[in-house]
Structures are given as structure tokens and as C-alpha cells.
Design a binder for this molecule. Structure first.
Ligand SMILES: NC(=O)c1ccc[n+]([C@@H]2O[C@H](COP(=O)([O-])OP(=O)(O)OC[C@H]3O[C@@H](n4cnc5c(N)ncnc54)[C@H](OP(=O)(O)O)[C@@H]3O)[C@@H](O)[C@H]2O)c1
Length: 285
């Protein structure tokens, strides 16, 4: 899929201990890219690195640990990354989850909003200087077609009054787009590009983890029509490595093609509003 020489490029991929992130890490490592994955469980993350090395045949796979639902951990992760690595060519924001019941993070925020959106926002902003120093560099946000069903309540983004797992998830995936589009505007001309994507319906932990509640909705038949993680990772790998998207920014991709996301997701005012709220919630303002 790619002719780009990725051998001296560094890729940081979140949520790469499972599903789409792991398949993307494997494919990029197999192309020769230097890959750093972010995991939250030390044993699982170390085992995943060993597996990716073995499957890809590349020794250039390392890991860092962080629970991305906790802002202090994201700050520690960014500091550790900056200490260890002097460049960052591609950041893939991919870690995410679906939570049937409302949960709060250690920072007192709603879990879906925090893990699926705020972690992208905070980690990216903390690593922006490294990306700017490594141009041409790229940010890839894994969103979802579920964004089109989002109806975020701007007066209650933490969903304290009314919670639905589907609405929380769809809104968080809409926020991935607001964030990508707004960041692309802010980075225009900087040499850092930002794009987002929908990976398709992929048979991953997102659907099969009973703790996250979606498992009971997935029958053996629906699993059959879902994509493999490798197929789901194709657009991630494309946006991270392909020379075809060099210089392209602020777009939404499905199956390696630029597509329109929902009309609502293209509202620049909403994107600015979310940016401001996210700055306040993360103390970046
Ligand atoms: N699967 C689909 O059909 C589909 C469709 C559209 C979009 N997406 C998006 O694709 C992305 C990847 O999801 P997936 O389908 O590959 O699901 P997955 O297999 O469940 O992978 C999720 C990844 O996120 C990590 N993660 C979860 N909570 C975390 C936390 N608090 N701190 C750090 N890492 C955490 C998980 O780590 P552990 O291994 O430790 O659990 C795992 O590596 C998500 O953004 C999702 O919204 C998926």
C-alpha cells in the first residue's frame, strides 16, 4: 500500500494492545517503521510488543505505559516520551471504549468523553512541539461513522443528567472530528497534518468485552459480517504512511478515500467551542 520509506520514522500508537491499534502497529512495524505503542497493563503491553516483533519480524517496537483516562498519566506519558525520543513523525490516537453505564474517571469526568476525546486532545497538544520539530509529520485520529448519530448536550457534556452509552460513544466520535478539523485549521502551514477516519465495523474488543456492555448485542451472525482488525487498520496505516496523503489535512477517510463526515461535524463553531471546553478541562488554557 505504501512506497514511503518509513524506516527512520517514529510512530506512537495508543490502544495498540488490541484490535485496530495492534493490527496497525503490526503493519507499520512490518513496513520498517519504528513503533512505540501505548498500553495500560504492563504484562499485556509487554506481551503485545513481543507478539508484534515476532509477527512483523521487526525488532524496532517499544512501549510506554499510561491509563489514558487519567490526565496525570497522560502528562507523565508525554514527559517520558519526550525524554526518550527526540522525534515524533506520526501520532495515532486510537485508544477508546464503549461504556454502557456511566462511569467517572479519577479526574471526576465522564469516562467515554475523557478516554475517547479528551485523551486525544491532551496527548496531542502535549506532543505538538515534537511533531512540529519532525515535519512533515502527521496526526491520525480514529473516529467512527457512529459520529453521525451524535446529539451532544452542550449544557451537560459530562452527561450527569441523562446518560446513554450509545450517545456518549457517538458524541465522543463526533468530538474526534471537531478536534481533527479544528487542529488542522490551527496547524495550517506548519507541516503537521491531521486527519480522521472510520475503520468500518471491526470485530475487536470494543464489541466483545462484556465489561463494556456491547457484547450482548453482537450475535455470531453480526460477528461474521464484521471486518478483521487487519482490514479495519488499513485506513489507519494508509493515513500514517502513504505518500498519497502527504500534505493533506483536515479530512475524514473511509476505506482509504476522503469522504464527507456528517454536516453537523463540519460546524467550525462547535469545533471551537469544544476546543475551548477541552482546554479548560485539561488546564491547557
Ligand atoms: N471496532 C469497531 O467496529 C470500531 C468502529 C469504529 C471506530 N472504532 C474505534 O477504533 C478504536 C480502537 O478500538 P477497537 O475496536 O480496536 O477496540 P479494542 O480492541 O477494545 O481496543 C481498544 C484499545 O484501547 C485501549 N484502552 C482502553 N481503555 C484504555 C485506557 N483507559 N487507557 C489506555 N488504553 C486504553 C485498550 O487497551 P486494553 O488492551 O488494555 O483493553 C485497547 O488497546 C476506538 O477509538 C474505537 O472507537 C472501532
Amino acid at each position: 500500500m505504501s512506497d514511503m520509506d518509513v524506516s527512520n520514522k517514529l510512530f506512537l500508537i495508543t490502544g495498540a494492545t488490541s484490535g485496530i491499534g495492534k493490527a496497525a502497529a503490526q503493519a507499520i512495524a512490518a513496513q520498517g517503521g519504528r513503533v512505540v505503542i501505548v498500553g495500560r497493563n504492563p504484562q499485556k503491553t509487554a506481551a503485545t510488543v513481543a507478539e508484534i516483533k515476532q509477527v512483523s519480524g521487526s525488532p524496532a517496537v517499544e512501549y510506554l505505559l499510561a491509563d489514558l483516562s487519567a490526565q496525570a498519566e497522560i502528562r507523565r506519558l508525554a514527559a517520558e516520551f519526550q525524554q526518550r525520543y527526540d522525534r515524533l513523525d506520526v501520532l495515532v490516537n486510537n485508544a477508546g471504549g464503549f461504556f454502557m453505564r456511566r462511569q467517572e474517571t479519577v479526574d471526576g469526568l465522564e469516562m467515554t468523553f475523557t478516554l475517547n476525546h479528551l485523551s486525544y486532545f491532551l496527548l496531542t497538544n502535549l506532543l505538538l512541539d515534537r511533531l512540529k520539530a519532525s515535519t512533515p509529520s502527521r496526526i491520525v485520529n480514529v473516529s467512527s461513522g457512529a459520529e453521525s448519530g451524535a446529539k451532544p448536550d452542550w449544557d451537560d457534556l459530562q452527561m450527569t443528567k441523562k446518560y446513554s452509552g450509545f450517545q456518549a460513544y457517538a458524541s465522543s466520535k463526533r468530538f474526534n472530528l471537531y478536534f481533527a478539523y479544528e487542529l488542522a485549521r490551527r496547524l495550517d502551514g506548519s507541516g503537521v497534518t491531521v486527519n480522521a477516519l472510520h475503520p468500518g465495523a471491526v470485530a475487536t474488543g470494543l464489541w466483545s468485552n462484556p465489561a463494556r456492555g456491547l457484547a450482548r448485542l453482537v450475535t455470531p451472525f453480526t460477528r461474521l459480517v464484521m471486518r478483521s482488525p487487519e482490514k479495519g487498520a488499513e485506513t489507519v496505516v494508509y493515513l500514517a504512511t502513504s505518500p498519497e496523503v502527504e500534505g493533506i489535512s483536515g479530512k475524514y477517510f473511509v476505506d482509504t478515500k476522503a469522504k464527507y463526515s456528517s454536516r453537523a461535524s463540519q460546524d467550525p463553531e462547535a469545533a471551537r467551542r469544544l476546543w475551548q471546553i477541552s482546554e479548560e478541562l485539561t488546564g491547557l488554557a
